[in-house]
Design a protein around this ligand. Structure first.
Ligand code: GDP
Length: 328
């Protein structure tokens, strides 16, 4: 399929074309990369914006179950939903594979949904680029909501928060921050904390946990872009499918506030600048290891430093002068 046809099918919302395009952006092959860049250039359309939602939670908290229920609620309201995953670990933690279709069976069968599991890639820089580009592809394919799932380990949250409009943290009832492995930094980027499993015997405990977090959130410094009362803590049950509509309504209310105040556009612009700079940095780093003469020179200078023939700073200066001839 040529790029024009792929771009057209993608814009028509064709899920096979979307799959194919994501495979293209995931590829490390130089010719694929060129095609991927050309495709992304072709589909860029600032008028088509999805709500990009980051979703994080430790293994077992109910992410898959929640995405299945929440996704079905959204498609039931006539929306199209895409699910992507950022998995920073090669050894998948807690046995959960993020974005695993077999754990979201009903949603995976829904024609209004698209689920893409995380590729088995370990380098965080590569994962970031792939996810950001996959989000852009889902947007171009007309999805209304793009959910980006990640596991609550810290680094990947920051990364996901830098490519989404809203960040949702899923927690289980009971336990303090430490028990749930919640880092303060993650709480600070959350717009909505959802205490899941608020059903049956856990319901009361979930409500107590919700109240605890609501209290903790009130102590956080108010952030630019927050509507009144945000960040908020709500309780939901992914199994009973309770509280999901209310959670969505809160997300929409916050999104509306951010759009109206211009915060939304400012954040997206800042995010784009960030990823542009990251891509340049990443390309420079890659050049150090992939360009044969650069690699040899690095190795030779490294050896000279190791043997004490050259001081580290002098060797670095020599390397940089070779890489960037016009630099002061
Ligand atoms: P993940 O590892 O975060 O993706 O969590 P899963 O979605 O696989 O869920 C982990 C366990 O929690 C499973 O046994 C689920 O059935 C259970 N679970 C998920 N959501 C709920 C809920 O709303 N209520 C209850 N009671 N259990 C839930």
């Amino acid at each position: 399929m040529d790029l024009d046809t792929l771009a057209d099918s993608l814009r028509d919302g064709d899920r096979r074309a979307l799959s194919r395009a994501i495979t293209l952006v995931e590829s490390a092959r130089a010719d694929h990369r060129r095609d991927a860049v050309a495709l992304l250039e072709r589909i860029a359309d600032p008028g088509r914006q999805a709500m990009r939602v980051g979703l994080s939670g430790t293994p077992g908290v109910g992410k898959s179950t929640f995405i299945e229920s929440f996704g079905k609620m959204l498609t039931g309201r006539g929306m199209r939903v895409a699910v992507l995953a950022v998995d920073p670990s090669s050894a998948r933690s807690g046995g959960s594979i993020l974005g695993d279709k077999t754990r979201m069976e009903e949603l995976a069968r829904d024609p209004a949904a698209f689920i893409r599991p995380s590729p088995s890639q370990t380098e965080l820089g590569g994962v970031a680029r792939r996810t950001r580009e996959a989000i852009a592809l889902c947007e171009a394919a007309g999805f209304d909501v793009v959910l980006v799932e990640t596991v609550g380990v810290g680094q990947s949250e920051t990364l996901v928060a830098r490519m989404t409009d809203l960040f949702v943290l899923l927690l289980a009832p009971g336990g303090g921050d430490e028990l749930q492995g919640v880092k303060r930094g993650i709480m600070e980027i959350a717009d909505l904390i959802l205490i899941n499993k608020a059903d049956g015997e856990l319901r009361r405990q979930a409500e107590a946990t919700r109240a605890d977090y609501a209290g903790a959130l009130r102590l956080l410094r108010r952030r630019e872009g927050d509507a009144d009362g945000f960040p908020k803590a709500l309780s939901v049950s992914a199994v009973d499918r309770a509280g999901l509509g209310a959670a969505w309504d809160e997300m929409e209310a916050l999104a509306r506030h951010r759009r109206e105040t211009g915060h939304w556009a400012r954040v997206r612009a800042a995010q784009n600048r960030h990823w542009f700079e990251e891509a340049v940095r990443h390309g420079l780093m890659r050049h150090l290891t992939s360009d044969p003469s650069t690699r040899d020179r690095m190795a030779a200078l490294g050896e000279a430093v190791g043997a004490g023939r050259t001081a580290p700073s002098a060797a670095a200066e020599e390397m940089l002068a070779a890489l960037l001839p016009g630099r002061d």
